[in-house]
Design a binder for this molecule. Structure first.
Ligand SMILES: C[S@@+](CC[C@H](N)C(=O)[O-])C[C@H]1O[C@@H](n2cnc3c(N)ncnc32)[C@H](O)[C@@H]1O
Length: 763
């Protein structure tokens, strides 16, 4: 049989592609190239085949070769641009699509994809222009109208978004994506019922659409339907196992779960969430610990230790060790501080037992023992060695230090890391082949601190720190940076620009007053160790953030984390807010959370920030509430009466003092905060060098004095604003501080996390 010619091979390959048989098409294109290595069409379609089957870099290389052989042709440029978009190389995708448009200006699809590229780049206004150009050429194309709608939503134009999305659905009623996007636009406009109906339509049309399930869950939660929300989240993670925001939301739901019996399925959920690198597991810790003790074998070993059983025996008893090295315990204590007094007693006993066992020469180096020691060491590193240490324990640690200096086993290094920050011991060598848990511990406890030490000198300084209180506050945070955070939770899908966030937060404010530039200039004043900065910078990739703080230790931590997260849009500098007046820059958005109330004269600091805010700019401020903080103030006073020095020993003693208070006493409210469970947090909570607290009346006076407009409070959970609306139906926007004062008097814990609110500078 004669060999088929190249042209018929190409035709067959194209037919295979169209039939969805990429494997067969790939073989045929490769046959063509075996005969003619420079066959531009075969190179091009082989490239597309490879990109579509997940081999992006190989495919893009073929596409690039084909483009060089097909100059002046629009379609290949277009395909190449789309492939680059799919591969995430947005800058190159934009270049190719612009070239395709130059060659064939009337191709609507190229304009459409250009819009998508720019939307992903966060250049929303340019994206909208591209979508409109596509619609001029293909009026009412439902995919384009849907994307334009979503783009307008991201810009904060909720009404425009709804109009375009409805148009898209009218043309193509079965487009699940458009229904989902309309749900988001309705939700942003405050129409909860409409949003839920749209999300439901989306999941009915596409039952495996994880994002729509997730959005449905959030909308249901906002209306108080927790069971419905939980079910929708389960569907979201089932259909989108890699979809981090859904896992995060599930974690937030499970944080409130209560169990009366051991539940292996829930334990698996907990373990999976705790191990997920993009989920902040901290809120889950209490519930996970409560579930864990219901496991019969673990529970019995746990109770044995808590009730004073000899702890050393655990470490030489293989069965008990096996029960204790429970996958859920290892996941839990490696990544989340457990905020529970009994659990802390248990972990302390476990550590004491390991020290005694090492002293007696019976500490094992078996995998369960090393795994448990590494997890314990991670817990101690996270809580900054805040548990008390007896003189006997300290003596054993001294001997361990001497041993570790001379080279030690993985179990010994991990045990030391459960008692002291090991990065301080220079010359310590990493034991060879000590396993994955040890490698993670070494990374966090040795490599990351040394990276921060390298970054410290790079941090520029703005102005001088002259104020005595600023200096004292600086000294505190150099030793005890805040907050202690590790993972950045993904609570939104993709970008969540400020314009959109503000519309969702304050649907009752005239949208014209919530306009924010597309690439906002952002100042994070008193950024601490950078958690909020990372959230802001990741949600607003086109914004430019300047993050300042007094503490270089905090800034170095923030810098390392932002670099690891690929957040190139943040600059850091050491500065006192009081010295920022000389800054020649103006900002569209300033955030200053938990900072001003640590200044000698908070209003003076706030005034400086106001001068830096552009007209029409917005500011998010968080200040302590006098009422919500009553329990913590009782704890502060208790500690102050003892005259404790705020070093590690003093912080440990302060915590023990509070833990020893009778159940039900006000000071024990401190235990309900996450801060109580780490050394830096506890110092910030009850031993701060400077702290002011406010009432809503005082807030109103200050906001007035600064000539700012109060936009409203922000809450982490919807219960409080929902309740407020029930009790104050005359103020649906929640903008009356007098009403809020009355509300807080009735609900003294409403602002437990502080007054977090937004203000705006008039144009
Ligand atoms: C409780 S932490 C809050 C950190 C961060 N804003 C957050 O919400 O997680 C307070 C931070 O404010 C910083 N700070 C306090 N007074 C300041 C001042 N005058 N200028 C700059 N930063 C200040 C401290 O150094 C500390 O890092």
């Amino acid at each position: 049989m004669p060999e088929p010619d190249v042209q018929s091979l190409i035709e067959r390959a194209s037919a295979e592609m169209q039939a969805g048989r990429a494997d067969a098409a790939e073989r045929l294109y490769r046959d063509v190239l075996a005969r003619d290595p420079e066959h531009a069409v075969a190179l091009h379609f082989l490239g597309l085949c490879l990109v579509q089957t997940g081999r992006a870099s190989e495919g893009l290389a073929y596409l690039a070769r084909s483009i060089a052989l097909l100059p002046g042709k629009a379609k290949p440029r277009h395909n190449y641009g789309v492939a680059l978009l799919q591969a995430g190389d947005l800058a190159a995708a934009e270049r190719e699509l612009l070239e395709a448009i130059r060659l064939e200006p009337e191709n609507a699809a190229s304009h459409h994809y250009l819009g998508m590229v720019r939307q992903r780049l966060g250049r929303l206004a340019e994206a909208a222009i591209a979508y409109r150009a596509a619609l001029e050429r293909a009026p009412d194309d439902p995919a384009v109208t849907s994307n334009l709608g979503f783009c307008l939503l991201e810009q904060g134009d909720v009404e425009g978004a709804q109009a375009w999305l409805r148009r898209s659905i009218a043309r193509e009623p079965r487009n699940a994506v458009a229904h989902n996007n309309l749900g988001s636009a309705l939700s942003a406009g405050g129409d909860a019922a409409g949003a839920i109906a749209s999300f439901r339509s989306a999941v009915e049309l596409a039952p495996t659409y994880a994002l729509a399930w997730y959005n449905l869950a959030l909308a249901l939660r906002r209306t108080g339907d927790y069971d419905g929300a939980f079910g929708a989240l389960r569907s979201a993670v089932q259909h989108g196992p890699d979809f981090a925001p859904a896992w995060q939301a599930l974690a937030d739901e499970l944080a409130h779960a209560e169990f009366d019996a051991w539940d292996p399925r829930a334990a698996e959920d907990f373990t999976q969430i705790l191990r997920h690198p993009a989920v902040d597991a901290a809120p889950l810790a209490r519930a996970a610990a409560a579930l864990l003790v219901l496991d019969p074998a673990f529970g019995s070993a746990f109770r044995g230790l808590v009730s004073g059983g000899a702890p050393a025996g655990v470490w030489s008893d293989a069965a008990r060790l096996q029960a204790l090295a429970h996958p859920l315990l290892l996941a839990l204590i490696e990544d989340a501080v457990v905020p529970d007094p009994e659990f802390e007693l248990f972990l302390r006993a476990l550590r004491r037992g390991a020290l005694e066992s090492w002293q007696a020469g019976t500490l094992q180096g078996s995998p369960p023992a090393v795994g448990l020691l590494c997890a314990l060491a991670q817990q101690c590193f996270l809580d900054e060695y805040v548990w008390p240490e007896s003189a006997d324990e300290a003596a054993v640690v001294e001997r361990l230090v001497a041993r570790v200096g001379a080279g030690a086993s993985a179990a010994e290094v991990a045990l030391l890391a459960a008692c002291r920050p090991i990065a301080a011991y220079r010359g310590m060598r990493r034991p060879f082949d000590a396993g994955a848990a040890f490698a993670r511990m070494w990374r966090r406890q040795v490599e990351e601190p040394s990276e921060e030490a390298r970054l410290r000198p790079e941090i520029p300084v703005i102005g001088a720190i002259e104020d005595a209180t600023s200096r004292a506050v600086q000294a505190q945070y150099e030793r005890n940076p805040y907050p202690r955070w590790h993972r950045l939770p993904q609570t939104h899908v993709g970008a969540y620009p400020l314009g959109r966030a503000l519309r969702a937060l304050f649907p009752h404010v005239d949208p014209g007053r919530l306009r924010v530039p597309e690439a906002p200039r952002i100042l994070a004043a008193g950024c601490g160790s950078g958690f909020q900065v990372a959230v802001t910078a990741s949600r607003n990739r086109s914004g430019q953030v300047l993050a300042v703080d007094l503490s270089r230790t905090s800034l170095a931590y923030a810098m390392r984390r932002c670099r690891e997260l690929g957040l190139a849009n943040v600059r850091f500098a050491q500065a006192d807010i009081l010295a920022l007046g000389s800054l020649g820059e103006r900002f569209d958005w300033i955030e200053c959370g938990g900072v001003l109330h640590h200044m000698r004269d908070p209003l003076a600091g706030w005034r400086v920030l106001c001068t830096l805010l552009a007209p029409g700019g917005v500011m998010k401020v968080a200040l302590y509430s006098e009422i919500a903080r009553r329990g913590v103030v009782a704890a502060r006073e208790l500690v102050a009466r003892e005259g404790l020095v705020p070093d590690l020993a003093g912080i440990r003693a302060a915590r023990q003092l509070i833990l020893a208070q009778p159940i039900g006493s006000a000071a024990r409210e401190a235990l309900l905060t996450a801060d109580f469970w780490t050394a830096s947090g506890a110092r910030d909570l009850v031993m701060h060098v400077e702290e002011h607290r406010y009432t809503t009346t005082e807030l109103a006076t200050m906001i007035d004095a600064l000539g700012l407009e109060f936009l409203g409070f922000e809450f982490d959970v919807p219960e409080t604003p929902n309740q407020y609306r029930v009790e104050h139906p005359d103020d649906p926007g929640g903008r009356s501080l007098a009403n809020w004062g009355a509300f807080e008097a009735r609900h003294p814990h409403a602002f437990a996390r502080m007054y977090q609110f937004w203000v705006r500078k008039p144009d």
